[in-house]
Design a protein around this ligand. Structure first.
Ligand code: NAP
Length: 268
């Protein structure tokens, strides 16, 4: 089995990375950053997001394992003091995995350049730099509303606990292949009207945004941002691709949500 280690710059992450690298050498795993079967990330959820984008061309064959060096994350199953157990689990690996849906983002530019495709693990957002964003929102090809406000966030189920949650979106179990649209400060008054609620979009549907003006937009895809090109249209749908995690132990999703946002002391 070929393993890549992907750590953030934090001091503890770097120490854990060195220790894990040595353990993999001692146990005769092959370390291969170019073409791994397993990517072990060390840091937090942000680190796993970065690793996902680095290895997005290998999604069909690669599986991810997250080690966290701070608090428990949504993509990280192992704590940094459990790496001996992680190595033992990798030694008895039988290919077990769990898969989460991804968001497919297709951007069509105003200058008729070839459309560009991006994959998001958490979400994509569209915002405008300097003034109110005005965009027509289509669902399944039908005009739904004209949105005015700061922006829109389109998230995956596993991204529903990230930016989407700060916007008042619902937390969605990643077994559901749906996407969610959440508003970022919409304008609602006697003249302008939006739904003003997060929307859960069915698996086979898609969302299209046609901004009223073609310039001045900021598109984010997870932690990456793009601007400067005039956007004519954006299309969002659940990707045919998924991210696969090597699953050696199972922590229930709702237990993870409770741990991250409520804490057991408030649960009863
Ligand atoms: P970052 O500052 O490292 O990430 C922001 C926070 O989001 C970190 O605490 C991170 O956890 C957490 N996070 C990431 N994915 C998550 C998930 N699926 N569920 C729950 N929490 C999650 O910034 P970054 O590395 O550039 O990450 C970009 C992400 O930040 C975006 O995908 C977006 O979701 C999030 N973000 C949130 C807001 C907001 O809530 N207002 C605004 C902008 C962006 P770790 O500490 O474990 O890395």
């Amino acid at each position: 089995m070929k393993i890549a280690i992907f750590a953030n710059d934090g001091r503890l992450s770097q120490i854990v990375s060195q220790r894990l690298r040595q353990k993999f050498k001692d146990t005769h795993f092959v370390l291969d950053d170019q073409n791994p079967d397993i990517v072990v990330t060390i840091g937090g959820d942000g680190t796993l997001l970065a690793a996902f984008h680095k290895y997005s061309a290998l999604l069909e064959t690669v599986r991810f394992v997250g080690v966290h060096t701070g608090h428990l994350g949504f993509y990280t199953d192992w704590r940094d003091d459990e790496i001996d157990d992680l190595v033992i689990s990798l030694q008895s690996d039988n290919g077990q995995s769990i898969s989460y849906p991804l968001l497919d983002v297709r951007v069509t530019y105003a200058d008729k350049q070839k459309p560009e495709n991006f994959l998001a693990l958490n979400e994509a957002t569209l915002k405008r730099w300097s003034a109110t964003m005005v965009t027509d929102v289509y669902i399944g090809g039908e005009l739904f509303e004209r949105f005015r406000g700061d922006g829109l966030c389109i998230s995956t189920p596993s991204g529903s606990t990230a930016y989407n949650k700060s916007l008042g979106g619902a937390v969605i179990h990643p077994n559901l292949k749906v996407l969610q649209v959440a508003e970022i400060s919409s304008i609602n008054n006697r003249v302008f009207r939006t739904l003003s609620s997060p929307m859960i979009i069915a698996p086979n549907d898609w969302v299209t945004l046609i901004p009223a003006r073609e310039s001045d937009y900021l598109l984010t895809v997870d932690q990456n941002s793009f601007h400067g090109k005039k956007i004519a249209q954006l299309r969002f749908k659940i990707s045919k691709k998924s991210i696969h995690f090597a699953k050696y132990r199972h922590m229930q999703f709702w237990q993870r949500v409770q741990d991250a946002f409520i804490g057991s002391e408030y649960a009863n």
